[in-house]
Design a protein around this ligand. Sequence first.
Ligand SMILES: Cc1cc2nc3c(=O)[nH]c(=O)nc-3n(C[C@H](O)[C@H](O)[C@H](O)COP(=O)(O)O)c2cc1C
Length: 228
Amino acid sequence: MFHGKIASVCPCSSVDRAAASGAVEGSSSLPRGTFYLTPGMVPVLWEGCLPGVFFGVKMETLQAILTRKSVREYTTQPVPDEMVREILEAAMQAPSAMNRQPWHFILVGDRSQLDALAAILRFGQMLKTAPLGIVVCGDLELDKQRGYWVQDCSAATQNLLVAAHDRGLGAVWLGVYPVEERVLALKKLLGLPEQVVPLCVISLGYPAAKPEPPEKRFDPDRLHYNRW
Ligand SMILES: Cc1cc2nc3c(=O)[nH]c(=O)nc-3n(C[C@H](O)[C@H](O)[C@H](O)COP(=O)(O)O)c2cc1C
């Protein structure tokens, strides 16, 4: 384990973000100073901070992918706007068939609207306590009806989940499409145009507890070489 020093003065609360993301062991409520970087974490100069004044912690891509897991309980702390922007940038950077980017994202922060989503999604009750929901939608016109929108929007959703985890947020993918009654109910609730289909809802917030590491899923039995 690498023992790293994080300077005590940080104007942009990166220490809190790093601690919340699980990138460092230690709590933001402890006196700032020494944090312990877990394997795979690399110390970096944080954006906007003077070299030598502040060192933040950046989660490596593979580490973020391997440690992400669904989070269904949140604190009441709102998700900062700039963080929402960052994770949406990650979502929209996803690959898409012929680069059509056939997605739309509906940000739902209104309490009554979040409760209404929870009333539609039987397995989405965590939306009742989430500070934010993001509805990922596919636009069939942008997709040119080719049917790739599900894959495109799923790639965007996964990017969003990993980026949220990277930033210390907790999130869970709530399935909507292809369950017809969920699709119809969400279209009505959100006033979606005819050609826009909700794929899923992401429930998002700061985790109420530090998640346990996920189980390892790599399974060599699922590998096939050159043919089945
Ligand atoms: C298409 C899809 C639909 C899902 N729907 C729900 C859901 O309705 N409610 C829920 O709590 N989790 C839902 N999940 C999350 C899965 O339960 C979760 O990803 C899975 O158990 C693996 O756990 P992990 O995300 O922690 O790795 C969904 C995930 C996917 C990909």
